[in-house]
Design a protein around this ligand. Structure first.
Ligand code: FEO
Length: 394
């Protein structure tokens, strides 16, 4: 898709309508994905980021709709992850005289991935490149979310090319934030933050503060995934400040995996107790919900409750995988408790606690043998109520 987004700047990236599993199998992309690339027509024709391997022909055709690709003078690599750099070797072949700009980590990464980095110029924060009417300023943003990551800012266009920052996995033929449903856009933004940027909260927070001190006039934020922000920049900035500060709402996610429904019966009583205190809660059977959606809900949920039957002396495998994802989230300020049924040994609850004690603190757990009795179900309900009171009163 080739679209003029403002004077001299074209969106030449591609829409991957059918991508459903991004980052291997870690991120379910129900709405698909876009790999955005931007072409600036100035004295030095400039390409900002490329696209995923497999889409290089489409990218080149999109560029050809505007200009002969061999006339590209400058390629800016904001980030080397293959969803943005996969087409880079083919682009280099058709514009061998282009100079390529990026961080030192990007240079090293491109060489490791592809064995080429072109006529490379290493840049860092504080450095700029004049391409004619425009001067492009580089802002390195290491670990947001790879070591090589950087943003590029054009004061002439009042545009921040933010690569993964402020992205959403949202396949659409629309270009701007105000052309799609606002709630869907913010929902995908939260999902993206939870599944890509959550572990880097501290860095996001400090980088936002540092960028704020630059006093950039930003009227457009052009990420390399999803829609360009022009109307809702204050809203997405406020959200990034909120998410990156580990802020939480008084709400609870109850996540469980069950073998013979006993743990499920416990889960339903626990959530009944939580909601009886007026606290919002959602029940997720981990085998029937996308972990991507669950993570998004949990991003700002103060309460995390986990249940698992015990199987061969361990928690069940699907919830185990999800807890390992959470372990890497570096979340803070959460409160949890674990529960589950078992036949003879009952290690699952301790297994749960041990796995993610680095990101949450646990209340005393609840275990039942085989199927819960009415008395045990009443205890589950009461445990839910007590947990809700702690969530409300903190
Ligand atoms: Fe969209 Fe970190 O790649």
């Amino acid at each position: 898709m080739t679209t003029l987004i403002k004077e001299g700047i074209y969106s030449v990236g591609v829409v991957d309508w059918n991508e459903r599993h991004f980052h291997g199998y870690t991120y379910v992309t129900k709405r698909g994905v876009t790999y955005n690339s931007y072409l600036i027509i100035d004295e030095k024709i400039t390409l900002i980021d490329t696209v995923r391997e497999g889409f290089q022909k489409e990218l080149i055709e999109n560029i050809k709709n505007v200009v002969d690709p061999s006339k590209i003078h400058v390629i800016i690599i904001n980030h080397i992850e293959p969803d943005h750099s996969g087409a880079f070797p083919d682009i280099l072949k058709i514009c061998p005289n282009a100079k390529v700009y990026g961080t030192e980590k990007a240079r090293q990464g491109l060489l490791k991935y592809y064995g080429v980095c072109g006529d490379w110029v290493t840049v860092k924060s504080g450095q700029s490149l004049n391409i004619g009417k425009r001067t492009l300023d580089f802002i390195d943003v290491p670990m947001i979310h790879w070591p090589d990551s950087m943003f590029t800012y054009s004061a002439y266009d009042k545009t921040l090319f933010s690569n993964d920052g402020f992205g959403q996995h949202y396949a659409t033929n629309k270009i701007f934030d105000d052309e799609v449903n606002f709630d869907a856009l913010m929902d995908e933004s939260q999902k993206y933050y939870a599944n890509i940027l959550w572990p880097f909260n501290m860095l996001v927070s400090s980088k936002l503060a540092a960028i704020g001190k630059l006093n950039l006039d930003i009227k457009f934020i052009a990420p390399s995934h999803g829609l360009i922000w022009r109307k809702y920049i204050p809203e997405i900035m406020q959200k990034y400040l909120y998410w990156s500060s580990h802020s939480c709402k008084s709400r609870v996610a109850v996540i469980y995996e069950t073998m013979w429904n006993s743990t499920e019966k416990m889960a339903k009583k626990i959530i009944g107790g939580i909601t009886s205190e007026g606290v919002e809660a959602v029940l997720f059977d981990i085998t029937k919900n996308d972990r991507t959606d669950i993570a998004s809900y949990m991003l700002d949920a103060k309460g995390w409750v986990f249940g698992s039957s015990t199987h061969d002396g361990e928690m069940l495998p699907v919830i185990a995988g999800f807890l390992h994802f959470l372990k890497g989230s570096k979340a803070k300020r959460r409160k949890s408790f674990a529960f589950g049924s078992y036949g003879w040994s009952g290690e699952a609850v301790k297994d749960i606690e041990d796995t993610i004690s680095n990101v949450t603190s646990f209340e005393p757990s609840l275990r039942v043998v085989y199927s819960p009795t009415q008395d045990e179900l009443d205890k589950c309900f009461q445990a839910g109520k007590s947990f809700a009171l702690k969530i409300k009163n903190e």
